[in-house]
Design a protein. Structure first.
Length: 606
């Protein structure tokens, strides 16, 4: 390819630094051609048509699921790869024990030969995107270069993408350069596969130069670089330097029948219920209460001039877990998925629609599973991959909050932290104050899920649900959180929840999903200074009478006691895990946190 000739651009381009970078990367990656994405519907249609011909996408039945598609990944490329994710500042102490660190020059030396010629025979798509509404003071722009058309069209759903972003950049606007390759160059005449990828994988972040390089995977957070790589790992570094927060949080609005409205932001680890909570529909008995959705995965939060935190959802779509999503668990998600979606690694029904475990009680009599094999209910395999996902435009969500694109963000009155804990952790509690809230969030444990490769179901510390996403030393991150409480007049109240406690038979004690509204209402009333609570060892906790049980007989007082039980012995063991985790942070552990731990232990003794 003649890299001196500028490729076709369907819009005005006058940003020398961007143009030079694209040409420099093209001369390294050596694509057959360059395509500058304009973000239009025509462009998406054309890329999709090409992918359908190539077998990368399967068009679903247009009568059942208009303009929607199924992708099947390579069976080795199905989730985020935490062991191949690196954060590369000069000083290893800046990355911390929570990140895989590589010396930046060494990382570059390993990446360069991999990227050399990696796009041969393919198109390099230039994908300009904005995280946050274009022009909002919260927003930041990135440009992803990718040789995956699947990534290019997914980025159009997940971010504001295309020529408006280039216009916003002007002649010298800042952007985060993101380079992505599936790492599967094509020799002349070589036939492509439907999901190209490479056994060797690297997802590298350079926080000092604010760059992202990803090689070898086409899946989710490994490849849609605006999401985890930019909006969390790089943005958490920006946020630390600039005095804001980039968090793995949903944002939802809660409105009472009297019209009082509050927003809460909630952090849960991957595949632990953010999308479900963000789109919750209150039970019938909660007539007049409304829950609205601002975001389901990421929140960028800044102290405002009014002395409160304000938050935006930097994304434009949802990349949500499919299994378990149903008319019962999340009707708003089901409605969001009615058209214009990309499904990855779900099962295909004989009439050209999608299916996954939990969508219906009874599975269809026959399916094609996520690997393209014939499937019947008794065959002993899952039809959909446990980390199969949908990519859906936020604009299709029926519960979308009217202010979800407000460039000033929405005011946040409460933070909720939740893990997946079958034992020990009660249904809900409220921290006594900000620094104790930071302690509870910092020591949160959760059982691992299929969202990342590796063992599922193992308890690990996942502070603020950010273990895989904090792009710097966790000790500095805790310090930043403590600090942020002083940047507002009245820091938000902090709550911890656990929807996942089980009985001795392994059954969930709490009905969850829509019924989580009962806990949200208590939180709403606590923030408003109305709801009752008892001060017990772990924090402020509701008594049975403090929760609105209208229309729900299933949770008796005895069951509630079981859900709220605090076992001092189990909590002592939990504290030992806190200690172990804290000691890994060395001298970067803020002094407040061991003090909080001491107080908690003394209280448990009483
Ligand atoms: P990422 O997109 O991976 O960051 O995760 P997420 O937190 O948005 O995950 P999501 O909401 O899609 O979580 C899906 C999983 O959580 C499924 O296994 C659900 O069944 C489960 N889940 C969500 N809410 C509840 C609940 O209230 N109770 C129970 N028992 N399970 C729940
Ligand atoms: C997560 O794992 O937290 C996700 C999915 O939200 S991914 O974008 O693949 O990281
Ligand atoms: Mn997530």
């Amino acid at each position: 390819m003649n890299t001196t000739a500028l490729p076709t651009v369907g819009y005005t381009l006058n940003h020398p630094r961007l143009q030079n970078w694209v040409l420099e990367m093209a001369s390294l990656c050596k694509p057959e051609r360059i395509h500058w994405c304009d973000g239009s519907q025509e462009e998406a249609d054309r890329l999709i048509t090409e992918m359908v011909s190539a077998g990368t996408l399967i068009r679903l039945n247009p009568e059942k699921r208009p303009n929607s598609f199924l992708a099947r990944s390579d069976s080795s490329d199905v989730a985020r790869m935490e062991d191949r994710t690196f954060v590369c500042p000069k000083d290893p102490k800046a990355a911390g024990p929570n990140n895989n660190w590589m010396e930046p020059e060494k990382a570059r030396a390993e990446l360069r030969p991999l990227f050399d010629g990696c796009m041969k025979g393919r198109t390099m798509y230039v994908v300009p995107f904005s995280m946050g509404p274009i022009g909002s003071p919260f927003s930041h722009i990135g440009v992803e270069l990718t040789d995956s058309p699947y990534v290019a069209v997914s980025m159009r759903v997940m971010t504001r993408m295309g020529k408006d972003v280039v216009a916003a950049l002007g002649t010298d606007g800042e952007f985060v350069p993101c380079v992505h390759s599936v790492g599967a160059p094509l020799a002349p005449g070589q036939k492509d596969v439907s999901w190209p990828c490479n056994e060797t994988k690297y997802i590298c972040h350079f926080p000092e130069s604010r760059e992202i390089w990803s090689f070898g995977s086409g899946y989710g957070g490994n490849a849609l670089l605006g999401k985890k790589c930019f909006a969390l790992r790089i943005a958490s570094n920006m946020a630390k330097d600039e005095g804001w927060l980039a968090e793995h949080m949903l944002i939802l609005g809660l409105e009472s029948p009297q019209g009082e409205k509050r927003y809460v932001a909630a952090a849960f680890p991957s595949a632990c219920g953010k999308t479900n909570l963000a789109m919750l529909i209150p039970p019938q008995a909660f007539d007049g209460w409304k829950v609205t959705t601002v975001g389901d995965d990421i929140a960028w939060i800044k102290p405002g001039k009014d002395g409160r935190f304000h938050a935006i959802n930097p994304e434009y779509g949802y990349f949500g877990v499919a299994p378990g999503t149903s008319e019962h668990t999340n009707p708003n998600a089901i409605a969001t998925l009615k058209a214009n979606c990309i499904f990855t690694n779900v099962a295909l029904t004989p009439d050209g629609d999608v299916w996954w475990e939990g969508l219906t009680k009874e599975p269809p009599a026959e399916l094609i599973d996520w690997e393209g094999k014939a499937w019947t209910p008794g065959c002993g395999r899952k039809a959909a991959h446990p980390n199969s996902r949908f990519t859906a435009p936020a604009s299709q969500c029926p519960s979308l909050d009217p202010s979800w694109e407000d460039p000033k963000g929405v005011p946040v009155d409460a933070f909720i932290f939740g893990g997946r804990r079958s034992k020990t952790v009660p249904l809900v509690m409220q921290a006594f104050n900000w620094s104790y809230g930071v302690y509870m969030a910092a020591t949160m444990g959760s059982e691992t899920t299929a969202a990342a490769t590796g063992k599922v179901g193992q308890i690990r510390r996942d502070p603020m649900a950010m273990l895989p996403f904090c792009g710097y030393h966790m000790g500095d991150y805790f310090d930043h959180w403590l600090d942020m409480g002083h940047k507002v007049y009245n820091p938000p109240r902090v709550f911890c929840v656990n929807w996942f406690r089980t009985n001795d038979k392994g059954e969930f004690l709490w009905p969850g999903f829509g019924e989580n509204m009962r806990v949200l209402k208590w939180i709403f009333e606590r923030v408003s200074g109305r709801a009752g609570a008892r001060q017990i060892q772990l924090g402020w906790m509701p008594g049975y009478e403090d929760i609105d049980w209208t229309g729900l007989d299933e949770v008796t007082e005895a069951k509630f006691d079981e859900l709220m039980d605090v076992d001092a012995k189990a909590w002592k063991e939990e504290l030992a895990l806190h200690d172990e985790f804290f000691s890994s942070l060395g001298d970067k552990l803020p002094r407040e946190l061991p003090l909080q731990r001491e107080l908690l232990e003394r209280t448990l003794d009483r």
